[in-house]
Design a protein around this ligand. Structure first.
Ligand code: CTP
Length: 413
């Protein structure tokens, strides 16, 4: 084994799937990684350290307190050296400890001591997998940036049939490889230096009268994550945000707007110089006909409110761009149900480069959460991404935007 092979920390916790972690280690080696196995006390009830030692050709870490292990600093050395931490299988117990920062053994202390990205391959009984405590803990970890390789469905060792079985070892190794490669890209912070990126975020409020309005449940988090990640990549970011309670990130310029009409005016004015426009805002499609009433509407019998369509900002941007390739245009589509087909139609109708679509009824993908599960639709097809934090989704979108900017520069050169 050469010193140059990137190192993966492989935590194995105590589930019946522990024996499959050997195959995961093999899959990682096949992809060019060195593997440092860490077995929890309960994992050792299922599988012996010798098996891992023979495969990984490294001493296996089984305790924080082994003689000669330089006990209290070993986890720090490994923490800085490894490129990713994988836990396969991850039991409900390990997930709970990571979520709450409990560090009572080597693996849980390693999690706190590292900045390496975390990937969890959970395996447990179906009822445990569905338990709100486990769901909450996973959601916390995903919001912190962890990736999950979902367990498969089938016949479980405990006799149940359902979801909970450790994912296929090769899929797990593949997910680690993808994660390491995407965090390698993250190491290049200046990829959007010199680019002007306009991002919209949040809902719009359509006033009915001085005290009432029509709004929607958008929190602004997805647009804020995009603005933050574009800043990190060196872009000059102008954020146009509707009324949100969540604080926007630090950006080059922030414009606050209220209604769809305000947002339309701000975007059309500010986008002339932009290289990229990302419409993550949930812009109202309808507004009270004739505008807001001047005085407060008094109650009487049943009431009907007439609404009229707002102008479609994204479609107007697409139309203004015409046959040109700049600015790069990205839209969102919130669907209730499988989003691919409708997103493809929106892509064409609005003449944009990418539509980021999600099913807002899917768990972890709706409003007011830190996670999202999206499908990115482009003229060449669609890619379904797994459930991830909104900042990771932002990274995936901006990776594609960078690709589009590069190909535009290449054709203009
Ligand atoms: N959008 C816009 N101007 C509007 C309405 C929407 O720019 N007046 C943008 C949104 O910011 C988003 C995309 O268009 O990027 C959403 O398109 P839309 O056709 O409104 O789809 P949905 O919101 O998914 O709603 P529906 O399916 O009802 O059309």
């Amino acid at each position: 084994m050469s010193a140059g092979e990137p190192l993966i920390g492989l935590g194995v916790s105590g589930g019946i799937g522990a024996y499959k972690a050997v195959e995961v280690a093999r899959g990682l080696q096949k992809r060019g990684y060195a593997v440092q196995a860490i077995l929890t006390r309960n994992a050792r009830r299922f599988i012996g350290p010798l098996t891992f030692e023979a495969i990984t050709r490294r001493p296996v870490i089984t305790t924080q307190w082994a003689a000669g292990m330089n006990a209290d600093i070993e986890h720090v050395a490994l923490a800085t050296g490894m490129r990713a931490l994988l836990v396969a299988p991850a039991t409900a117990n390990v997930i709970g400890k990571f979520a709450h920062g409990i560090a009572d053994d080597f693996l849980s202390a390693l999690y706190l001591a590292t900045r390496a990205p975390l990937l969890l391959a959970p395996a447990m009984n179906t009822v445990m997998w569905e338990h709100p405590a486990v769901r909450d803990n996973l959601a916390r970890l995903v919001a912190r940036g962890a990736r999950i390789v979902e367990p498969g469905e089938g016949y479980l060792a405990c006799g149940w049939v359902g979801q909970g079985r450790l994912a296929d070892p090769d899929d797990i190794a593949e997910a680690v490889d993808r994660l390491v490669r995407s965090s390698d890209r993250l190491a290049a912070p200046g990829a959007l230096t010199g680019r002007r990126v306009l991002v919209t975020a949040g809902p719009t409020s359509e006033d009915l009268d001085p005290v009432r309005f029509l709004g929607n449940r958008s929190s602004g988090r997805m647009g804020f994550a995009l603005a933050q990640e574009a800043m990190r990549r060196g872009a000059t970011v102008h954020l146009i945000a509707g009324p949100t309670t969540v604080e926007p990130p630090v950006v080059s310029a922030l414009t606050r707007v209220r209604s769809a009409a305000d947002m339309h005016a701000a975007v059309m004015a500010q986008s002339r110089e932009a290289d990229v426009v990302i419409m993550a805002a949930a812009v109202a499609d309808y507004t009270p006909a004739g505008g807001a009433r001047e005085g407060k509407i008094e109650k009487a019998g049943p009431m009907t409110i007439a609404l009229e369509r707002t102008a479609d900002i994204l479609a107007d941007l697409g139309q203004r761009r015409g046959g040109a390739s700049m600015p790069v245009l990205v839209g969102f589509a919130a669907e209730t149900g499988p989003p691919a087909a409708r997103a493809a139609v929106k892509l064409q109708e609005k003449q944009v480069d990418l539509i980021v679509a999600n099913d807002v009824t899917a768990e972890g993908a709706g409003f007011d959460v830190d996670t999202n599960q999206v499908m990115i639709v482009s003229p060449s097809g669609h890619t379904a991404l797994p459930l991830m934090s909104k900042i990771d989704v932002a990274g995936e979108i901006l990776d594609r935007v960078e690709g589009l900017l590069t190909s535009v520069s290449a054709t203009q050169a």
